[in-house]
Structures are given as C-alpha cells and as structure tokens.
Design a protein around this ligand. Sequence first.
Ligand SMILES: C[S@@+](CC[C@H](N)C(=O)[O-])C[C@H]1O[C@@H](n2cnc3c(N)ncnc32)[C@H](O)[C@@H]1O
Length: 247
Amino acid sequence: MTQSRNYDTLFSGVIGQEYEMLKLICPLMTEMSRLVGDAVCDYSGMQDKLNVAELGGGTGITTLALLNARDNLHITSIDNEPTMQNQAKHNLKAWHDDGRLTFNGQDALSALQAMPPASVDIVASAYTLHNFLDSYRQDVIRECHRVLKPGGQFINGDRYAFDDVSQHTRLIQEEVAGYFKVLTGINRLDLLEHWIVHLLCDESENHVMRESVAIRQLHEVGFSDISVSDRMAVNALVKAVKPIITN
Ligand SMILES: C[S@@+](CC[C@H](N)C(=O)[O-])C[C@H]1O[C@@H](n2cnc3c(N)ncnc32)[C@H](O)[C@@H]1O
C-alpha cells in the first residue's frame, strides 16, 4: 500500500496531469506500466548495465516505471510521435541529463532495424504494439528477436484480445460504458470522442492483437518461455525469452 502511494506520488510529480487523467479514464493502463517495470526489475541477467529498448515511450509513463525498476539500465525510448515524445523529454529531462535515457524519434521498426544484432538485453513496451497494423507488428516482433541478446527478454503489457470473440466483445462493451461514465461525469466529451474513435481502430480486423496469434508470432520468430500473465479485462502482460543456443 505504502509502495503504491509512493509510486503514484512519483508519477504525479513527474508526469503530472497526464498521469492523473489516465488513471481516471483507464486505471489499468497505469497499472500495466507498473507491471512492465516489475518484470524488468525481476530480469535475472547479471550484466553491470542493461541495455533496454522501449517501444512507444509516449509521455513517459512506462519509461519512468522502467527507470524506477532498477538503477543499472540505459533506455532507448522510441516514439515517432513528436508531440508525445516532447512531453517525455520534458518530464524525464533529469534522467536524460544523467545519461540513463536516450530518445529516438523513429518509428519502432526503423529504429530496431538500425540496431546491431544481439545488442539489447530487454525490449519493453506498454500499449504500443496493439496500435500497429498486423503485418507491421509481425516485422517488429522479428526485429525484437534479432536485436535481443541470447537470454534477453521481450516484455509487453498491452491489449491482448481474447480468442473467444463473444467474451472479448462483452469486455469492450463494458470498457465503452466506463468511458461514458467517467468522461461525461467530468464533462470531457472531447476526450470521449477521442477514446471511442481510437478504440474503433484498435478493434478493427487488421489491428486487433489476438492472444493466440500474438503467441504464435513470438514462437515463429524463435522466442521461447512465452508467458501470458496479469490478465485484467482485455489487458495482459506477455513475456518471452530469446533462447541461449548451446552447441
Ligand atoms: C498509448 S501510447 C503508450 C505510451 C506509454 N507506453 C504508456 O503506456 O503510457 C502509444 C505510443 O506509441 C507510439 N507509437 C505508435 N505507433 C508507433 C510506431 N510505429 N513507432 C513508434 N512509436 C509508435 C505513439 O506515438 C504513442 O506515444
């Protein structure tokens, strides 16, 4: 409890209103960033310094969770939307100036393609991959595997759609009802429109990230020890390891 209060205080202080608003509209999103941070904290690699590539840093909520997870990491935070990344640059200036954080404004696939093979310990992300077109996402997953060192980990907290379409639809209906309740309550119809329009894109056939398909994609490019945990409605934490090949 105390830890969660400290966590919230840290985030409200650094990310400000953005964090408070997200907590109100979609508390599971802020919780998922915390879980991604916890997974990075649990990573068992013994390196002095861990090289982390973060896909879709946004305003810095997940980035801060990663920075908070452990001291011995350097993060390359990738986001191709300048209005989002500029907020992260402002919010996380202290960590950038301290040399723990670098920003990359390319799209995720181009940024990964520019990285040497086996150069990254962890690829971490929250709520970014579900935005991708499915074919682009497949290419990104392949690149994640290529850039990871053997033993490196892929950690993604995101919207993973249920394979049972009826169950998934019921949860989306509940989600929409929740947006109406919260955002009409604070008279933010502008945000309501934004969230509903975005949700329609997330749920479209060529974007939706169905759990079994996502797991299969990870298997196909060579990941092992794939796990799905911390399911909260349509959200889940997915982890996978690039195997160490021994002859
Ligand atoms: C929903 S936000 C998530 C931000 C943060 N991880 C969080 O959980 O609060 C998704 C972010 O992914 C970025 N994004 C979307 N498509 C991208 C792409 N192809 N390459 C890099 N970033 C992308 C968006 O600009 C946005 O900032």
